[in-house]
Write a protein that binds this ligand. Structure first.
Ligand code: XMP
Length: 319
């Protein structure tokens, strides 16, 4: 019968068979999926693997340094840290279309990986933490006609012409199974339990055009929101929670002054696999406190709303 220990053994054998003596680079995003993929592949092929963490400037607060220190210091897995903030943000600035944003990010990821592979003397393989739902959702909408809902950057968003072959050892797994595998591989619980975070990062949580300033505002609001969630003991009950910065300014009043600032939407969902989701039913007191803190502490936001849309008909992310 099927166990995660057996899956791990088979996955390791399959990775060895696929890559032989080839060099593999693995794109790390800081999330559970790519981390589990990297640790599994490292177990299979050791020094043939180099991890690449591309900081696209679309990470949450402190996320980049947490990822780098976890791999370098805790796991001792070689990691190249690429500072590509300007490359990504300059390319995205002014772009309003969600699919173009996703495809631009996917293309820049690949170009960055290829450039890094070259510096390492070439790599035949690119590893990713693609899961089963990523594969399905990028291809077609379950039960419906074959339309792309959104191009997840680690599947459909990749350029067709890429000179590396893909290694995707988690392609048959769902998120809850990846977490079991992560525990099996000895990842700390605090890491295994992390909420999912999309490859395109905060770019798809700033609907419309992004700017450095908007990303900065969003990062602050998101950090406060998650801090409140942790303090209330709700982090592990919720599948995923985040702030979205809307491209809308509204009028408010603060002290004796008029304000005209952005609206922040808060999102929280429960789910089993990300394919369907229910909005989380907070009590109003929690929401009121989180909203007050965000408005008081973040310059640039004067109104907070809560998203009560489930999936379907909404998706979890706003773009
Ligand atoms: P949606 O918004 O499609 O999201 O309901 C379902 C889950 O997938 C995550 N997501 C992504 N993950 N690359 C990723 O690695 C992506 O491009 C991407 N887009 C969405 C999303 O955060 C949610 O957990």
């Amino acid at each position: 019968d099927w166990t995660m220990a057996a899956f791990r053994e088979k996955a390791i054998a399959d990775i060895r068979a696929q890559v032989g003596t080839g060099r593999v680079i693995c794109g790390l995003s800081g999330g559970v999926d790519s981390s589990v993929a990297a640790i599994l592949i490292h177990e299979a092929i050791g020094a043939q693997l180099t991890c690449i963490f591309v900081d696209h400037g679309l990470m949450r607060q402190n996320e980049a340094s947490e990822v780098v220190s976890m791999f370098r210091d805790h796991y001792n897995i070689p990691l190249v840290h690429v500072e590509a903030q300007d490359l990504f943000i300059d390319a995205l600035e002014g772009e309003m279309d969600p699919e173009v944003k996703r495809k631009t990010i996917g293309r820049l990821f690949i170009e960055t990986f290829e450039a890094e592979a070259k510096k390492l003397g070439g790599a035949e393989f690119l590893a990713q933490g693609t899961l089963y739902p990523d594969v399905i959702e990028s291809v077609s909408f379950t039960g419906g006609p074959s339309v792309t809902i959104k191009s997840h950057h680690n599947v459909g968003g990749l350029p067709e012409r890429m000179n590396m072959k893909l290694v995707e050892p988690l392609r048959e797994l769902f998120k809850d199974e990846v977490r079991v595998l992560g525990r099996e591989l000895g990842l700390p619980e605090s890491f295994v339990g992390r909420h999912p975070f999309p490859g395109p990062g905060l770019a798809i949580r700033c609907p419309g055009g992004i700017t450095r300033e908007k990303l900065d505002i969003l990062r602050q609001a998101d950090a406060i929101y998650l801090d409140e969630i942790r303090k209330a003991g709700l982090y592990d009950v919720i599948w995923q929670a985040f702030a979205v910065l809307l491209p809308v300014q509204t009028v408010g009043v603060m002290g004796d002054g008029r304000t005209y600032e952005f609206v922040c939407a808060l999102r929280a969902v429960t789910s089993v696999d990300g394919m369907t989701a229910d909005f989380y039913h907070y009590d109003m007191e929690f929401l009121g406190n989180a909203a007050t803190r965000i408005i008081n502490e973040v310059r640039g936001i004067n109104r907070v709303v809560y998203d009560v849309t489930s999936k379907p008909p909404g998706t979890i992310e706003w773009e």
